[in-house]
Ligand binder design. Structure first.
Ligand code: AMP
Ligand code: TRP
Length: 333
């Protein structure tokens, strides 16, 4: 069945293997299914929930577009645009913020993590961030939203907002209630330095992540130094919950090779970590290196990247403005 796909990635630099395996690789697969209509958004309004340098933000927006295209998203088939260029996103976020309840937002674990101990100093935007995300999704009548595991709660909130709006205004099925598309087996890539922490752009140590722009040598080195435990490779999938680093590395291998975790455990059972790491590094270099080369090539042609954004914004605006018009009618504006 044809799906309407929407997803977003923040242009905050350092796109990494977690973004690739958790999100972008799935975007490419969905883009390649002929009947799907896909919208991929560079969510620059979300990025400013933490302080951004304007010049770096501009560069990071283009780098995110380059990463989408280098990974295999076809800008002729899928819409690629940046959020701030379609004002409907901010407008509908306001309207939906009058639908969403404080109690719902208070439960969001990502806000708690990001705001840290000093909540009083967090921006209002960081708090209402999931409402903007709901606006992104609902404006395009999206049926499916491919994301990493960390966005699951935000999607549930989006579904609640859609349902409450439809109920409050008696407009059955006006906002489509979207389904998350989260990989079942391995949807959270962990830090190479600590198997209990998510691989993240903001982690200080560059050794904790594989960046999509890393050279082959950097990838090989990071895998060599990745944390493991003193035992040989696990021989049974049940061991993995106690061996987080082994689980993460095997998960990365499985995801890259489109294999199940169970098969990968069998394949490397009782092997030395160093022998497994060699094969993992080879697989990573095979998959990441062509993307990295293509990103660098595309970044030399900023006009082309800007043209993708401009054309994408026009198409996105067309869809979004029609939805906004209907929202105005429903609201009595
Ligand atoms: P962000 O960089 O926060 O905008 O995330 C973009 C996409 O990458 C979202 O769908 C996230 O869920 C996904 N993502 C980010 N970090 C990871 C990770 N460590 N593992 C899996 N998916 C991730
Ligand atoms: N909040 C998402 C993240 O940080 C990015 C995002 C913004 C998004 N709007 C979205 C993802 C809409 C999916 C759909 O990863």
């Amino acid at each position: 069945m044809a799906k309407k796909i929407f997803s977003g990635v923040q242009p905050t630099g350092n796109l990494h293997l977690g973004n690739y395996l958790g999100a972008i690789k799935n975007f490419v697969e969905l883009n390649n299914e002929k009947e799907n209509e896909c919208v991929f958004c560079v969510v620059d309004l979300h990025a400013i929930t933490s302080k951004q340098d304007p010049k770096e933000l501009k560069d990071n927006i283009l780098e995110t577009v380059a990463t989408f295209v280098a990974s295999g998203i076809n800008p002729k088939k899928s819409i690629i645009f940046n959020q701030s260029s379609v004002s409907a996103h901010s407008e509908v976020a306001w309207i939906l913020s009058c639908i969403a309840r404080m109690g719902w937002l208070n439960r969001m674990t990502q806000f708690k993590e990001k705001a840290g101990k000093d909540k009083e100093k967090a921006s209002v935007g960081l708090y209402s961030y999931p409402v903007l995300m709901a606006a992104d999704i609902l404006l395009y009548d999206s049926t499916h939203v491919p994301v990493g595991d960390d966005q699951k709660q935000h999607l549930e909130l989006c579904r609640d907002i859609a349902q409450k709006f439809n109920n409050d205004f008696n407009v059955y099925d006006f906002f489509k209630v979207p389904e998350p598309l989260i990989k079942k087996e391995f949807s959270r890539v962990m830090s190479l330095k600590d198997g209990s922490k998510k691989m993240s752009k903001s982690e200080l140590s560059d050794q904790s992540r594989i960046n999509l722009t890393d050279s082959d040598d950097q990838i090989i080195n990071k895998i060599k130094k990745a944390k493991t435990d003193p035992l040989p490779m696990p021989s049974n999938i049940n061991e993995l919950d106690k061996r987080l680093e082994a689980k993460n590395l095997l998960g990365i291998y499985s995801s890259l090779t489109d294999n199940t975790l169970e098969n990968s455990v069998k394949k490397f059972s009782k092997m030395n970590f160093s022998d497994f790491k060699e094969q993992l590094a080879k697989e990573l270099v095979d998959k990441i290196s062509p993307i990295s080369i293509e990103i660098k090539k595309l970044l030399k042609d900023k006009d082309y990247l800007n043209k993708i954004l401009l054309e994408g914004s026009e198409k996105a605006s067309d869809i979004a403005s029609k939805k906004v018009k209907k929202i105005h009618e429903i609201m009595g504006f």
